[in-house]
Design a protein around this ligand. Structure first.
Ligand code: HEC
Ligand code: HEC
Length: 186
């Protein structure tokens, strides 16, 4: 009986928190683009990212594990309920088709690297991400390039170390091909 009452109380608090989770996603559009489809090469697209990836990254920014002069102040005041609502919202937005399709050569070379280096194993066969692993398909090329160099150098925060070790084998030319290939995928 007692634990049932406690559970009901917890659920009540959660429902209340959810009801108050109202950060207008429009505040995010200013940098991340309409519905989270970015047109800024340095700012990632959020539309169609797995919800769990968005929420984990927002928590990492809030806890100052991952830092960025533009993004950190936005994440700092967010509550768990707000973060959860934002994850759901952006995961549900339609990912816009990429502006340009890479040349056939880049498509072939990029696909080969993505398979040889196991990117497809974690990020999924179509590179659309899963759970806490991000979607790479259709992401801004410059953003992808910066993150890959960051993982390789150990300057981009990485929760479990998997991505830092995956980046070690990439040389700068591989990173250029992968960034162009991935950004051109639907
Ligand atoms: C003032 C500009 C700005 C605003 C407003 C902003 N962001 Fe960001 N956000 C950025 C930048 C820049 C990055 C990339 C940081 C980096 O390079 O590590 C980023 C990164 C992120 C990431 C990590 C994505 C990834 O692929 O790794 C998430 C998630 C995110 N923002 C969510 C949000 C949400 C949700 C909002 C609205 C509540 C928001 N942002 C508002 C600038 C902004
Ligand atoms: C063993 C699993 C694994 C493999 C293999 C892997 N990744 Fe990742 N990758 C991850 C995880 C997990 C993250 C999220 C890391 C974090 O922020 O904590 C990530 C993040 C990234 C990001 C950051 C994207 C963003 O929006 O912030 C890029 C870019 C990336 N991976 C590219 C690649 C490429 C290219 C390959 C192949 C060369 C690859 N990954 C191989 C697990 C993997």
């Amino acid at each position: 009986m007692r634990s049932k009452a406690a559970l009901a109380a917890v659920l009540g608090v959660l429902a209340l928190a959810a009801a108050h989770a109202e950060v207008d996603p429009q505040t995010c559009f200013a940098c991340h683009g309409p519905n989270g489809n970015s047109a800024n090469p340095a700012v990632p697209t959020l539309a169609g990212q797995p919800g769990q990836f968005i929420t984990t990254q927002l928590i990492m920014f809030r806890e100052k594990r991952r830092t960025d002069p533009l993004m950190s102040p936005i994440a700092a005041p967010l509550t768990n309920a707000e973060i959860s609502a934002l994850g759901k919202f952006f995961a549900g937005q339609q990912h816009a088709a990429p502006a340009k399709k890479p040349a056939d050569q880049v498509l072939a070379a990029g696909r080969k690297l993505a398979e040889d280096y196991n990117c497809v194993v974690c990020h999924g066969p179509a590179l659309k991400g899963q759970q806490h692993i991000p979607r790479l398909a259709g992401q801004q090329a410059e953003y992808l390039r910066t993150q890959l160099h960051g993982f390789k150098a150990g300057t981009r925060f990485d929760m479990d170390g998997n991505m830092t070790s995956a980046a070690q084998r990439l040389n700068p030319a591989d990173i250029d091909v992968l960034a162009e290939y991935l950004s051109g995928l639907e």
